[in-house]
Write a protein that binds this ligand. Structure first.
Ligand code: DP6
Length: 329
C-alpha cells in the first residue's frame, strides 16, 4: 500500500555565508554559517511512496497546473530520494509534487526550502517522520548545505559548534522577528551555481584572510541576535555580504553576481540610513538584495525600493518557523 506525506519548508537568508567546501563528498564547509529562517518564501512538497512500484516521477506546481520537472531537477530529486531510501534500507517507487509559494520567476534561491521539504516529506512517506537532530543528515544528502538550516525557525547555525551534520538554533523565531524586504533586480537563474562557487572560493587570494576574520564576525552576529542589537547586526551582516562577493569576484575564474540594479539598491539603503531609517543589506550568490529591518520600518523600505525602476518585484518576508509536516499528511 502506498503512503503519502506533505512537508512545508521555508527558505532562509544567510547572515554569515556558507561559501567554500572543505570536503565536497561529505559536504564539509570551511566555516559555520548563520541564517534567518523566512516565513513567506516556502516550498510545499508531497511524496508518495509505493513499495510495490519502481522509478520516480517528479512534478512541479505552476500557475497552469503540475508540469513534469526538467531533467536536471528531476535527477537531483531522484538522487536525494534514493539516498534517503537507502538509509532506511527500503526500495520502491516514488511520486513527488513540489511547488514554491514565492513567485518562481523571482530568481530567489529555492534549493534551501526545496531540499528541506523534500527530505522531510520523503522520510514521512517512508514511515520515518524524523525530527530534531536526526533530520539534518538526511537533508544534507541532497547536497544543499543551506537546506539544513531551513529545518529550524528563527536564527540557525550550520554546522553546529562541534558536529558537521547538526544544526544549532542561535535564537528561536519569537525571540526577534525582523522583516526581510527582498528587492528583485533580476529574475533569471544565476549563471554560476553555488556548488561551482564553493569549488572556486579557495582560489581567491582573500579566502585565507576571510577564514581568519570569520570567527570574530560570527560571534558578533550571534551576540547581536541574542541581544536584539540591530546596529551591531547590520554592520557585521553588510561586511559579510560584501566579503562573499569579494571572494566571488576574485576567485578563478571570477564570478560576478552583481548587476547595475544591485548597486542602485545598495545606494538606496545607504540613503535610507542617512534619513534615519535603520536597515541593512545582504545578498546571496545572485544579484538580488535582501534588506533587513525592524517590522515597523518595513513599509517605508518596501515603498522606497519599489520606487526604483531597476527593481522588478519587492517581496516582503520576515523571520519564520522551520520545516514541518502539513497537518493532513
Ligand atoms: C551564497 O550549496 O546551500 O547562499 O544549494 O544553491 O542553496 P544552494 O546553495 P548551497 O550554498 C549557499 C550559498 C549562499 C550562502 C548561504 O546560504 O549560506
Amino acid at each position: 500500500m502506498s503512503r503519502t506525506a506533505t512537508a512545508i519548508a521555508p527558505s532562509n537568508i544567510a547572515l554569515i555565508k556558507y561559501w567554500g567546501l572543505r570536503n565536497e563528498s561529505l559536504l564539509v564547509p570551511y566555516n559555520a554559517s548563520i541564517s534567518m529562517t523566512l516565513s513567506r518564501s516556502r516550498t510545499r512538497t508531497t511524496v508518495e511512496f509505493d513499495p510495490d512500484a519502481n522509478g520516480i516521477e517528479v512534478w512541479i506546481g505552476s500557475d497552469d497546473g503540475p508540469q513534469e520537472a526538467p531533467d536536471g531537477f528531476s535527477r537531483r530529486v531522484e538522487e536525494h530520494v534514493h539516498k534517503i531510501a537507502e538509509r532506511f534500507d527500503v526500495s520502491g517507487g516514488f511520486s513527488v509534487w513540489t511547488e514554491n509559494t514565492f513567485p518562481a520567476s523571482a530568481g530567489l534561491a529555492s534549493s534551501a526550502s526545496g531540499f528541506a521539504a523534500l527530505a522531510v516529506a520523503t522520510c514521512g512517506a517512508l514511515g520515518h517522520p524524523v525530527t530534531g537532530s536526526e533530520a539534518p543528515p538526511l537533508v544534507l544528502l541532497g547536497g544543499s548545505g543551506s537546506a539544513a538550516r531551513s529545518l529550524a525557525g528563527g536564527y540557525v547555525q550550520w554546522p553546529s559548534r562541534n558536529l558537521r551534520d547538526k544544526i544549532e538554533v542561535v535564537a528561536p523565531r519569537d525571540h526577534w522577528v525582523l522583516a526581510d524586504v527582498i528587492a528583485v533586480v533580476e529574475s533569471a537563474p544565476k549563471e554560476v551555481s553555488s556548488l561551482e562557487g564553493h569549488r572556486r572560493a579557495p582560489s581567491s587570494p582573500h579566502f585565507g584572510r576571510r577564514l581568519e576574520l570569520l570567527p570574530a564576525r560570527s560571534e558578533v552576529v550571534r551576540r547581536a541576535i541574542q541581544q536584539r542589537d540591530f546596529e551591531r547586526l547590520s554592520k557585521a551582516v553588510e561586511e559579510e555580504a560584501l566579503e562573499l562577493h569579494l571572494i566571488a569576484m576574485s576567485c578563478r575564474p571570477r564570478i560576478m553576481y552583481w548587476r547595475p540594479g544591485t548597486l542602485e539598491v545598495l545606494a538606496r539603503v545607504r540613503e535610507l540610513n542617512e534619513d534615519g531609517v535603520p536597515c541593512c543589506f545582504t545578498m546571496d550568490a545572485g544579484p538580488n538584495v535582501h534588506v533587513l529591518c525592524e517590522p515597523d520600518d518595513e513599509g517605508t523600505i518596501a515603498e522606497a525600493l519599489s520606487d526604483l525602476p531597476v527593481v522588478e518585484t519587492v517581496i516582503r518576508d520576515q523571520t519564520g518557523h522551520g520545516a514541518r509536516f502539513q497537518d493532513d499528511s
